[in-house]
Structure formats: C-alpha cells, structure tokens
Write a protein that binds this ligand. Sequence first.
Ligand SMILES: Cc1ncc(COP(=O)(O)O)c(C=O)c1O
Length: 398
Amino acid sequence: MSTATAQKVLSDRIDRIEVSATMAITAEALKMKAAGIDLADFGAGEPHFATPRHIKDAAIAAIEANFTRYTAVAGIPEVRKAIVERHASDFGTNYTVEESVFATGGKLALFNAIQVLVDHGDEVILPVPYWVSFKDIIQYAGGMVVYVESDEAENFRITAKMIEDAITPRTKAIILNTPSNPSGAVVSPEDLEAIVRLAHAKGIYVLLDECYVYLNFTGKIVSGGSFTECKEHVVVLGSLSKTYAMTGWRAGFALGPKQIIGAMSKLQSQSTSNAASMVQRASIAALTSSQECVSEMRADYITLRDRILEGFKSIPGLTCTVPEGAFYVYPNVSAFVGRGRIRSTSDLAAKLLSEAHVVTVPGEAFGTDEHIRLSYAVSADVIDKGVARLREFLLKLD
Ligand SMILES: Cc1ncc(COP(=O)(O)O)c(C=O)c1O
C-alpha cells in the first residue's frame, strides 16, 4: 500500500457526524422537482410565506446605501440592541447588548454555543424526539449525548424529574427546544421554570433553542430566559428564520452570560466573522417594526395544522398527537411498518417519495422509529393533495 493511500484523509471529528437528514431529503426532492415531478412537499422546515415587505425593503435600502462592508463580528450595536429589546419586551428578560451576539443563522449560534461549552466526554442531555442537528453538533464537539425519552401518550411531555434523573457528575448542559421540532410539543411554563431552576441549582447550562418560540399556539408564549435569577446558566438561541419567514437570510442570535457570548464571538471571529451586513439591517426592521406579521402567520399555521390533522382522521391506523407549536406534525405510522414492502419508517419515507411523490422525513432522524415528520408550512392545496396521496398509498399496503 502506498503512503498516500494509507494516509487518513479526514479528521475523527468530521467522521463523528452525518449529513443532516432533512437536508439530504430536501436535495433528493429538489432533484425530482427539477425533473418535472409534482411533489407534495412536507419535507423542509421552512415557511411558505414570502419575507414581509418591510424587511426586504430594509435590506434593499442597506445595499443601496452601500452598507455592504464588514461589520463588528458580533453584529452592529443596533442589531444587538434590537435583539435584547425585543426579548425584554416579549419575555421580561434583562440582557445587555454585551450579552448578545448576532450570527449567520440560529444553527450557527447553537453550534458555537456547544463548541465553547462542551469538552470531550462532557454529557449533554437531549430530550427525544430531537431536532436532527443537536446530536451531531454535540458529537462534533466531542460531547456525549444523553437521551431522555418522552412518552407519546403524554404528548411528548418533558418534566424536570425526567431531566433530573438523567443528570450525572459529567453533565455539562441540557438542550430544550420548545416548541419542538419535530413533535410540536411545548414544555409547559411550570416545567420550563422547574428545569431552569434545577439546572441553575446544579451549575448546569440550559441551552434554550427558541427557534419556534413565537409559533406557540397555547396562548402562553414564554421563554426560559424569563427566569432572570438563573441567567448565569441559561443561553437563549434565537432565530429570525421561522418567525419572520427569513430562512434563506441566515439570521440568528444568542443571549447569555458575557463570558459565553464573548467566547462565541471569538469563535465566530475565526470562522464566519459577521453575518451579512444587509441582513443585520433587515433584522433590525424585523425586530423593531410591528409584529403583526408574526401573529398573522401564527394564525395561519394553526389553521393549516387543523387541516392536516383533520385529513389524517381519514387514514385508519395513523395516529397523531396535537402539536401545540412550530409547524410540524409527527404522526405515528408504526401500524404500516411490516405491511407491504415497508420494513421501517425510513423505508416508508423513501417509498412515499419515490412512489407517492410525498416528501416526509423519517422519525429515525429525530430519534424515534415509529413516526414520520411532515412540515405543514405549505399551502392548503398541498395539504389536501398530500394527504390524499398518503391515504391512497397507506391504504393500499397489505
Ligand atoms: C429546532 C431548530 N433549531 C434551530 C434551527 C436553525 O434555524 P436557522 O439556522 O435557520 O436560524 C432549526 C431549523 O430548522 C430548527 O428546527
């Protein structure tokens, strides 16, 4: 064997992670679409709405004003101020500008937070089902994922007791994503407070993924950041992607203790540097203007959720919890596994795509093997068409 072939090319760290399952499915669906196939696409987790006019106008104005140069790594002071003021006004938090960092998407903020907090062998508690990227980002940092299973019969509820039982002397952090991608489950305000207080008492960090915080349908929109006495152990990870239909803009942020935010900015200074300058200006417009667009979109998501759940009722064997937030449904499809040629939910999702032209994501990507995830951030027509195809495909299995 030559030296060249014996040489290891890739680092151990890159071998610890997988390509994001949702991204892989999106890529396959895009290929089929490009080939002219009409898909009912419930795959990608992104709003079907256009970014609101006033946000687009702010970016256009920034470009026209030549606001197109490097900015401070952590974001211009105005965008950081807009972040902390929005959060303070909506959730009663008291973060300072120095306790905030603007990043190229919420995912990067999360990635950086985990990189600066988690060392090799540290344990990070992750409720199941979980958003695909948490596991890989923790593993990339060398951390050990400690899964906390939730019960579907309890609406995937996460309690302080469940978290407490998973804590060991090696626990460094707890990830909470509420409302949840993929289940739409919301951690109740009482459970949220108990978990934050528990973590604070034990000196463990709570990483609060608030990507869907405004897409909470319970009428009680809360942030785990509101328990300000515990802020020393809380890092809020926010995103403008879903709240303002801005997924492609890559706009996210973190709020947390100065030391952690400073370390995240340092890491950012050696990788992406600042998020795009015009995106920062657009984000200021999003955060400081009327929030009516957010309530309008939320109301539409509730209608779409109800429509897809109603459609599911016409499919015997398929059961589904009622999501209280985000824009996903997570039906249990275990009744169909083992029927026809379906060996697993991954297999089901693959055949739904290739044969029924319905895009879903298998539950395996989220840590459960009895579900598929559908994003209902699509038009009512897509829901009707997709549910009809799903019904036809599933009922034909014998
Ligand atoms: C739970 C969760 N967190 C974070 C993100 C990342 O959002 P973004 O990087 O677009 O801000 C997503 C996107 O799908 C998500 O579902």
